[in-house]
Design a protein around this ligand. Sequence first.
Ligand SMILES: [Zn+2]
Length: 233
Amino acid sequence: MSETVRDGAVDLLLGGACVGCARPGRLLCPVCRGELPRGAAPAWPTPVPEGLVEPWAAASYEATVRAMVLGLKERRLLGLAAPLSRLLSAAVACELPRGSPVVLVPVPSRPRTVRARGHEPTHTITVLAGRQLRSGGFDVETRRLLRLRAGVLDQAGLDGAERAANLAGSMRDRPSSVRRLVRRRPHARVVICDDVLTTGSTAREAQRALEAAGLEVVRVATVAATRRRIGLV
Ligand SMILES: [Zn+2]
């Protein structure tokens, strides 16, 4: 039995359907999978948070990709983690100059949100993206170098100014993890990883915290960016 038939049979038994087109069977049918972008492009938000390093995204945050992000995040459809991580890998590596080692740092989620969801999707897809890139010959590893201070609100429902205020000073580095990294990889370049880029405030705050810890941040990489802010088609 082929993998496709087997996965389809399993998903049918479990009542699965493609998140992109609702066809019964796999969570992501071969047609929708085949239509996913393979590259990535710079995805500057408007306005650009001052000093933000270049953000790259693989897709616009709409249609199948949006359904995949929400499916993993809100419905815990773990089978979507691998295809999402391939999109993130493209955003990390597309046109990234070869050179010193790269460290992928996932944007931290609120502990309360992680507990409620029972998983941390951004961390999961970042780890998987790191594995894919390593198997493709990149010198890359994934490190949790950031944490959120208490009292940060969920960003959903906040406008751009409110998001920026909510996030100002909201992240801290994990000093022992940073020290370990700097000892082992003194010239590592950091790529901040997240699922969706909207205003860029979250990424900018992550960049601030990592730079305050003495690290070199070279890029933000996300699966998707909200369409009205970028030039992706
Ligand atoms: Zn489909």
